[in-house]
Design a protein around this ligand. Sequence first.
Ligand SMILES: Nc1ncnc2c1ncn2[C@@H]1O[C@H](COP(=O)(O)OP(=O)(O)O)[C@@H](O)[C@H]1O
Ligand SMILES: [Mg+2]
Length: 106
Amino acid sequence: MSVLSVRDLHVTYSTQGGRVPAVRGVNFELERGEVLGLAGESGCGKSTIAHAVLRLLPPGTETSGSVLLGDDDVLSMRAGRLRAVRWTEGAIVFQGAMHALNPVRK
Ligand SMILES: Nc1ncnc2c1ncn2[C@@H]1O[C@H](COP(=O)(O)OP(=O)(O)O)[C@@H](O)[C@H]1O
Ligand SMILES: [Mg+2]
């Protein structure tokens, strides 16, 4: 089974100027031991995908599809389960690694 499986992910932000479809129909799988890089121009939706994987998008953002961590769907799991999964089974190191990671630890 994949460690992470993203299926038909759609994310639409809601702004004062209207709806902003940022991710449309993204699919990928990550197997244990694999490294996957997402490359693309600025604004193409890389950060939005990463935030969607841990349901860290702003309130009011529409997300559909499925994000399976093991066999649990992050997009539909209850708050308690989500809290348990965040930073244990899935985590984000935000930009500015010197602030996010302790540089004296291996
Ligand atoms: N909070 C937000 N509200 C509205 N639009 C957003 C928000 N965050 C990102 N976007 C828009 O979503 C699109 C994808 O952005 P983003 O995921 O940050 O791209 P990347 O990380 O690839 O540079 C861009 O058009 C960006 O302007
Ligand atoms: Mg980004």
